[in-house]
Structure formats: C-alpha cells, structure tokens
Design a protein around this ligand. Structure first.
Ligand code: GDD
Ligand code: MN
Length: 361
C-alpha cells in the first residue's frame, strides 16, 4: 500500500479509556479520506499501549509508537510526525476534547494551497465553565496575549494542541524547533514566520475520561520559553529556568541561615547547613522543572544528588578563586569581584547539570 493521504498524530499518556472512542470518531468523521492514526505513548502504566496494539491488530488505520525513558507532549508529537509518510499531518489530543469533525476543515486550506499550516482555535467565548475552570481560563487568556506578542500577530488561540501541517513544510522546519518546546504549534509559528497560517474556530469539549496532564510545571516551562524568546534567544530557556530556581534557592538559604544563627550555631556551621539544604532543594526543583523531560526518578535520584553536591562544591572553589584573583590583581571593588565569582559558579553548575546530571539520553 502506498502512504496514506493524511496521518493523524495523537500523543497519549494514561488515556486507556479514550483510545477506542477516538478511533471510532475518526472512522465516523473521515469516510472519504485515506487516513492513518499514530498514537504516541510515553510508556503509560495504565495499559494504554496494549489497548492501542489490540486495536492496531484488527484495524490497518491504527498504528502505535511507544517511547520509553521519554516524556513530553511536544516531543511525542514530533516523534509521531516524523514517523508518518502522509502528505498531510494532523496533531490532536487523545482525550476527546478535539472533535475529529474539524479535521476536514483543517485540511481544506492546505489542499487548496491556501495555507501551509492550519490550527483549530478554541472559541473561548463559547467554552463552558465545566470545560475549563475560571482559573484556567484567566491563565489561558494571559498566556495567549504573551504568545501573540511573541508570534507577532494577534491569534485567537496560539496555544491549541489541534493543528494540521503539510508534511514537506514540517520536514523543512523541524530542525528549527526548540528542544524544550512544549506548545508545539506556538513554537512552529514563532520559529517559522514564513509559513502561511490560518485559524479555524471550534468548540472545545470536556474531557471524556482521565485527567489533564498540564500542570504548574508546564506553566513554568512556558514562562521560561517566552523569557528566552524575548531575550532574543541570547539566553536559553533552560538557563533562565535554572536561574529562577537559583533565585528561589537564595530565599531558602537565608531563611535557614538566620534561624540557625539564632540557635547559636557558628557562622560556618549555619552557612554549611543552609548551603547543603539549599543545594538539595535546588536539585529537586530543577529535576521537577528545568530538566523535567530528562527527570531522574527512583533510585537514580541518590547518585544524582551526590554528584550535584560534589560538582557544586567544586564550583564554590572556582567561585572563591576567581573572585579573590579579580579582587587582588585588578583591585576591583568587593561587590564586582564577588559577582564575577558567583557568575562563574552559576555557569559551572548549569554546565554540570545540563551535561552530566540531566544529560540527554
Ligand atoms: N505521549 C505523551 N506524553 N502524551 C502526553 C503527554 C506526555 O508527556 N502529556 C500529555 N499528553 C497527551 C494527553 O494524553 C492528551 O492526549 C494530550 O496529550 C493533551 O493532554 P491533556 O493533559 O489533555 O492537556 P489539556 O487538555 O490540559 O491541554 C490542552 O490544551 C492546551 C492549551 O491550554 C492540550 O490540547 C494542549 O496541547 C494545549 O496546549
Ligand atoms: Mn485535554
């Protein structure tokens, strides 16, 4: 069989109860299209992949892609998109919130060469309260404004996870995408302004079953991503996240240091307690936020923390050495020397974190 005309990529994580319904919905809504669906599962523990394989055995339109040791909505979508050989590619959620009836509307402008990429924008004025909480809606509104600013034009819904793209267009731009990308559509629109883009309005539905996987960590990633963008991409998103964690760590450090001193502990002792605890805390936050996609889990956390503590102490030696040298040799003021030392230390820690502790698999 030659390639299908349309490939529908569906990232799924713990969606066992929604797979079958989605496939039925595709069959019902796409009778005149030669399509395939590619479910990309990140090793869910609820039997999602078994369910996909069961369906794939008796339905030639269904295919599964299993990823192990990897997590992330965008990277799952990218893996699925790269595995497809259809001319037209669609990305949608697997939880029933994206109506398959919209797919032909997304494809039409691509087929008529009116656009390279189309997206299904959630019609916020029509979204019912039970679909998105008030808090989530306010968040979405502000995130939308920031995203529109980054993209450079006003969009109804730059954050939607439901879109279609011509496969040759995707192949051309895929290397430009950010590795910490998380809102795939937004990342594509920001990095490839030459693509012709159209929005199609649709009604966002409540989830069928299961739970949303978007959490505070995603919001944090989103903020780091935008900050990196607005820095003209001089500073990588991960480094911004790392700095923000470090800044929170500073507060932790002092809120331990002063009580310890008040308890009568010597300065060196109090400073050691504060520094070690803060380092462990920073490690934990970075594992959760900055390096979420390469997160250490289970027993691997122990050697991770130890290596991080060790590398951090080496960083402090470098910090003091550089600061003292600048202070003596260049007769620089104390604050400038200290700042130079701290900068060296921070960059060193980030390099260790990025290449050693949370290295790419
Ligand atoms: N493979 C894989 N890996 N799939 C994932 C992961 C992951 O780490 N995280 C989420 N998914 C899958 C879910 O199983 C679901 O099929 C889809 O991605 C969307 O995830 P939800 O957890 O349902 O997200 P949501 O409904 O809260 O968010 C939706 O709206 C956002 C805008 O506010 C999604 O459409 C997002 O893409 C969109 O940006
Ligand atoms: Mn959802």
């Amino acid at each position: 069989m030659a390639g299908n005309d349309v490939a529908i990529i569906v990232p799924v994580f713990r969606e066992v109860g929604n797979i079958r319904k989605l496939v039925a919905g595709l069959h019902a809504n796409l009778p005149d299209i030669d399509w395939e669906v590619v479910f990309v599962d990140d090793d869910s523990d609820d039997g999602t992949f078994e369910e996909i394989e069961n369906l794939a055995r008796c339905d030639a339109r269904v295919r599964g892609l299993l990823r192990v040791h990897e997590r992330g909505l965008s990277s799952a979508a990218i893996a699925g998109l790269l595995s497809a050989k259809a001319d037209y590619l669609v990305v949608m959620d697997g939880d029933g919130q994206h109506d398959p009836a919209i797919i032909p509307k997304l494809l039409a402008p691509l087929r008529h060469a009116k656009a390279d990429i189309t997206s299904a924008a959630r019609d916020f004025s029509a979204i019912a309260n039970h679909t998105l909480s008030q808090r989530r809606r306010t968040l979405s509104l502000w995130a939308n404004r920031a995203a529109s600013l980054a993209i450079g034009r006003k969009l109804v819904d730059p954050m939607t996870g439901f879109f279609a793209i011509r496969s040759d267009a995707f192949r051309t731009i895929v290397r430009d995408l950010s590795d910490a990308g998380f809102k795939l559509l937004m990342d594509i629109l920001i990095r490839s302004p030459a693509l012709r883009h159209q929005e199609v309005l649709f009604e966002f539905k409540p989830r069928e079953t299961g739970q949303s996987k978007l959490d505070l960590a995603n919001a944090w990633q989103f903020a780091s991503y935008l900050a990196a963008h607005f820095s003209g991409r001089l500073v990588p998103a991960r480094f911004i996240s790392f700095l923000a964690v470090g800044t929170i760590g500073l507060a932790v450090h002092f809120s331990l240091l002063y009580p310890a001193l008040a308890l009568g502990i010597s300065f060196a002792g109090a400073q050691t307690i504060a520094a070690v605890t803060t380092t462990c805390w920073n490690f934990w936050l970075n594992n959760l936020l900055t390096f979420r996609d390469r997160r250490l889990t289970g027993w691997k956390i122990i050697p991770g923390v130890l290596a991080y503590l060790l590398a951090t102490s080496i960083g402090i030696v470098g910090n003091v050495a550089v600061a003292s040298k600048i202070h003596q040799d260049y007769a620089a003021v104390v604050s400038l020397s200290a700042l130079a030392g701290i900068t060296i230390d921070t960059v060193w820690k980030f390099v260790v974190a990025n290449t050693l502790i949370w290295r790419r698999k």
